[in-house]
Design a protein around this ligand. Structure first.
Ligand code: PLP
Length: 452
């Protein structure tokens, strides 16, 4: 075993020791026992089977995993989740999770505050898809016959959710930086009745930031609601090293009517933690229903009264609350410093890519997602080499991701490349781990070694 691995194993033992001590204390003070009679030998056999199955994964938690949007939860979050699981609270109704519902309200209020909202309506969801679905559902309630639009680089979920909800949807073209084209939006606004514009602050593919400032100007003229999908990028408003364009848009985020952010993307949470926020608490009226089964315990707000999902894991709220104790959502804090280091890591990798004639950037990263490709004569050839870099890097234990970029998004730098197909397959790295900055040199060496 390497020293490194031995140290990490000791850290895990330390983590589990804390949970075990806290659970013992909790059982004593609570005067109820979590113990159920079970055959621990059988459990151990099964857990080992599970462990064998889990090895069929990429090492997402490793710093040399530099591919998809995957980031391990922080130990404080993982352990708080585990602790809460002994109660397994349900944040649908206060009857099912008094403490965890209160913790959800506090955690969500802190996220709203980060966006500059002292008053809000909001709650956690299973993820960004459910959160966006609630936003578009309220959009439909507010403007039953009006259209929803989002950029062609927005998450595909908006089009699909619009279909589920029976809302007319149109996609708006993007510029070569992957941002919604304000001119493209205005063309659609002049000839259609648009009720809600989805503005993505941090697209999933390239981390691009839509021009919220220009969209707010169009709102004066055409009057529509603004929904911000910041599932990925939402926390980056805390970073002090954004480029001027990104910084300007994040400073305007409070103008939105609704915002989605995914604590399970950049917020150090395990999966199952999205968040929807509405600026106007009156939006709660759309959720009004009378459940015959629940809501008997108090006149206080039950989260199920303002949420489309019914049963939800209280443990997700406990984990988020615990994480926010350790990583408050403030500028110049340790959480914002982590986000800043992700941006630095992306810029560092971009500089390496630009310095080597065998590679080219597709666009400058606005956040921490780097999209790049090998140089070549045609889109077909470049796509093939991208695939081969992806595979060779994986063999050297550096894990990248692939992304198809439509040819119209390619800048003038690609003018000499033969456009023999509609898309070009490129490489994509989400450098989401706060430690990635220390690994960019190693990752780059492996990438270089994939090319002749
Ligand atoms: C990830 C993502 C979503 C979808 O969220 P899930 O949590 O995967 O359901 C929506 N929009 C954006 C911008 C995203 O990055």
């Amino acid at each position: 075993m390497t020293d490194n691995l031995r140290l990490r194993n000791m850290a895990i033992e330390g983590e589990l020791k804390i949970v075990s001590e806290v659970i013992n204390r909790l059982q004593n003070d609570f005067q109820h026992s979590f113990t159920v009679e079970t055959d621990l030998e059988e459990v151990s056999v099964i857990l080992n089977e599970v462990a064998d199955r889990m090895m069929d994964n990429y090492p997402y938690f490793d710093t040399n995993y530099a591919g998809q949007m995957l980031k391990p939860p922080h130990p404080v979050s993982r352990l708080a989740y585990m602790l809460a699981m002994y109660f397994n609270p349900n944040n649908h109704a206060l009857d099912g999770g008094r403490a965890s519902s209160q913790m959800e309200k506090e955690a969500v209020a802190k996220i709203a505050e980060m966006f500059g909202w002292t008053v809000h309506l909001g709650h956690l969801t299973g993820g960004g898809t459910m959160a966006n679905m609630e936003a578009l559902w309220v959009a439909k309630k507010e403007h039953p016959d009006r259209m929803v639009v989002a950029s062609s680089m927005a998450h595909y979920t908006h089009q699909r959710i619009s279909d589920v909800l029976g809302i007319k949807f149109q996609s708006i073209r993007t510029d070569q930086l992957g941002r919604m084209s304000a001119q493209g939006l205005e063309q659609v606004l002049t000839s259609n009745d648009v009720g809600t514009v989805v503005v993505t602050l941090g697209t999933t593919g390239t981390g691009s930031i839509d021009p919220l400032s220009e969209i707010i100007e169009l709102q004066q003229k055409y009057s529509f609601r603004i929904h911000i999908d910041a599932a990925y990028g939402g926390y980056f408003g805390l970073a002090d090293n954004l480029d001027p364009h990104a910084s300007e848009q994040f400073n305007l985020i409070h103008h939105a009517d609704s915002i989605v952010i995914d604590p399970h993307k950049h917020g150090l949470q395990p999966y199952g933690c999205g968040c929807i926020l509405f600026k106007d608490p009156k939006m709660g009226a759309h959720y009004k229903h009378d459940s015959p089964y629940t809501y008997f315990s108090s006149a206080e707000l039950h989260l199920g009264e303002i949420s489309l999902e019914c049963s939800r894991p209280g443990a997700a709220a406990v984990a988020l609350w615990a994480t926010l104790q350790m990583f408050p959502l403030e500028k110049n804090g340790k959480f914002s410093a982590g986000l800043e280091s992700c941006i630095k890591a992306a810029r560092k990798l971009s500089v390496f890519i630009k310095s080597d004639a065998r590679f080219q950037l597709v666009m400058e990263p606005e956040l921490d997602i780097v999209v790049w490709a090998p140089t070549g004569n045609s889109l077909n050839e470049i796509s093939k080499v991208s695939n081969s870099i992806f595979e060779k890097a994986a063999k050297a234990d550096v894990h990248l991701a692939l992304i198809k970029i439509p040819k119209n998004l390619l800048s003038e730098d690609w003018s000499h490349v033969k456009k023999d197909q509609e898309y070009v397959t490129c490489l994509r790295s989400c450098l989401m781990k706060f430690e990635h900055i220390n690994w960019v040199d190693d990752i780059w060496s492996v990438i270089q070694a994939t090319m002749p």
